[in-house]
Design a protein around this ligand. Structure first.
Ligand code: PLP
Length: 404
């Protein structure tokens, strides 16, 4: 008789954003005359840039001709894209990453969820608190759970590393030693960025303890401050302890197109086994490659025109971030993030929980954000707004909040 994977049954009811979606839809249905502004989910709103559109059209035309038609893509990605990534995202920044250490995928969500598969179920994971929920949920699905605390919404086998105003929203080294460490900078949800020296401390710690860092750099393109690291491989020794994840979603608007990549350096070994080979085996077995058309679109991101156009688009969202940050500060809120990231992290007014503030903003300002507590216990009383809306909606949302 078949049995389900009962780790799935341990997961709390619904994914954060579906709970928000249900609440907002119920409010919208009851108040059809209200214009709701959604600054909750981190999804982009601006169209793909012309260089990408033109590459998509070109690749579609190639598919229409038997001479240039392409079938299955190579499992690990086309060389033209892996070469462009290695050159522009790494070698141009002085990081020693070669094209064959780059694995193309359909996005960082899948990779951040799947990467744990190549590690033992006995491994202890450490995550930032608050955290992008995918890291924890996918480890729960794999059985790295222990017992669940429904009040705090935490698992006993997971090491939660508080990221608070006291530590500039970057975790301190944990007391218990983890085997896998998830770090994400620029951070979702806090919008914080880690300094190079603190990231180096993590790399040194991982090399010393034999832990592996899974470094999610999905928001790297939003880094504004010149002294902040764009990649963990800017730190000495990272090639022997870190895997890095990237996405084309937030730098080039590919949330609906789907493209990402993961870097696994060849020196990275666990118990004498090279993770590069394990991940290649997993990728080749369970994944048939990102579409040719999409990989050509990804290549266009690295063209001269593509780089100039995405820079402009990122500047558009960053301008929204500055508007939110400054507007909320002027309204008396305690706010952070928004400088190296498209997320603004604000403290709910005194005495309100994250969900109470969510309801308050929805009902009084018709603005949707994300309750910080949905990302972990240290997110309680915080609230996340995103800079991915249109400029007009962003301005209107902030005006409404200021008037409250
Ligand atoms: N990693 C982080 C930290 C994210 O916030 C997100 C999306 O919001 C992703 C990964 C997912 O990226 P992708 O669209 O490439 O799957």
């Amino acid at each position: 008789m078949a049995k389900v994977n009962d780790n799935y049954l341990k997961l709390p009811g619904s994914y954060l954003f579906s709970t928000i979606g249900k609440k907002v839809n119920a409010y919208a249905a009851a108040n059809p005359d209200k214009k709701i502004i959604r600054l909750g989910i981190g999804d982009v709103t601006q169209p793909l840039v012309p260089a990408v559109i033109s590459a998509l059209h070109g690749a579609v035309d190639e598919m229409a001709d038997a001479a240039s038609f392409r079938g299955y893509a190579p499992d690990l990605g086309y060389d033209f894209l892996r070469d462009a990534i290695a050159r522009c995202d790494y070698q141009a920044r002085g990081c020693e990453i070669s094209a064959d250490e780059i694995f193309i995928s359909d996005g960082a969500k899948c990779d951040s969820g799947n990467i744990q598969e190549i590690f033992s179920v006995d491994n202890k994971i450490a995550v930032c608190d608050p955290v992008y929920p995918v890291y924890v949920d996918t480890n729960v699905m794999a059985g790295r759970t222990g017992t669940y605390d429904p009040e705090k919404e935490t698992w006993s086998d997971v090491i939660y590393m508080p990221c608070t105003a006291e530590n500039d929203f970057a975790p301190m080294l944990p007391e218990k030693t983890p085997d896998l460490i998830y770090l994400c900078f620029p951070n979702n949800p806090t919008g914080a960025m880690i300094t190079r020296s603190r990231l180096q401390e993590w790399v040194d710690y991982a090399n010393k303890t034999g832990a592996v860092i899974i470094y999610d750099a999905a928001y790297e393109a939003y880094i504004s401050e010149a002294d902040k690291p764009h990649s963990i491989y800017e730190c000495e020794g990272a090639r022997t302890c870190a895997i890095e994840l990237h996405s084309f979603s937030k730098n080039a608007g590919f949330t609906g197109v789907r493209l990402g990549y993961t870097v696994v350096p060849k020196e990275l070994q666990v118990g004498g086994v090279a993770l590069h080979g394990l991940w290649a085996r997993r990728h080749g077995t369970k994944y048939n490659g990102a579409p040719y058309i999409v990989q050509r679109a990804g290549e266009a991101v690295y063209s001269e025109a593509g780089q100039a156009q995405i820079k402009e688009q990122i500047a558009y969202y960053k301008n929204n971030a500055t508007y939110i940050l400054e507007g909320l500060k002027a309204a008396g809120y305690s706010v952070s993030g928004g400088v190296n990231a498209p997320y603004i992290w604000l403290k709910a007014p005194e005495g309100m929980t994250s969900w109470e503030f969510f309801d308050y903003l929805l009902e009084k300002a018709n603005v949707v954000g994300t309750p910080g507590s949905g990302f972990g216990p240290s997110g309680e009383t915080y609230f996340r707004l995103t800079a991915f809306g249109s400029y007009e909606n962003t301005v209107e949302a902030i005006e409404r909040i200021r008037k409250l």
